[in-house]
Design a protein. Structure first.
Length: 145
């Protein structure tokens, strides 16, 4: 089904059927080294990491050049309990795609963690995203409103 969907819609698919939880480096838990997951963070740590993550997503394509809007996508994130979109370029640079995807997966894990720790955040995580198109304007990608 996934292959059939890819033939119909060329946009990237970030949600794989089986996907391991993203990691956040190595840290010490109770005096032992551990691969850190979002579930290892308390409320303050989760908020701090989520804010850092959002900045990374917003600035990943610092000086983007747009020649073909079909290479660009607007991906939804929750920021300050408002729906926001960040740019993603589906270009031939698979390393760039891989790096962006890792940050975006961390964002989703941190958002789920914050929703578990802060009942008020649940409404933020469940904001309904709509599809946004991207156009090229002065050789820069612009998310259409």
């Amino acid at each position: 089904m996934l292959e059939a969907a890819r033939k119909i819609d060329e946009r990237p698919i970030f949600d794989m059927l089986v996907e391991s939880e993203p990691h956040f480096g190595i840290g010490c838990i109770d005096g032992s080294p551990k691969v850190l997951l979002a579930s290892d963070f308390n409320l303050e740590q989760t908020r701090e990491k989520l804010n850092t993550n959002i900045r990374a997503l917003e600035t990943f394509y610092a000086n983007p050049i747009c020649h073909n809007p079909s290479n660009w996508y607007a991906l939804p994130i929750a920021k300050d309990c408002k729906l926001k979109y960040v740019l993603f370029q589906n270009d031939s640079n698979s390393e760039s795609r891989k790096d962006f995807n890792a940050i975006y997966r961390q964002h989703k894990a941190l958002s789920r963690r914050l929703a578990k720790l802060d009942p008020n955040y649940v409404k933020c995580e469940n904001l309904l995203a709509s599809h946004k198109n991207v156009r090229c304007e002065n050789n820069k990608p612009v998310i259409e409103e």
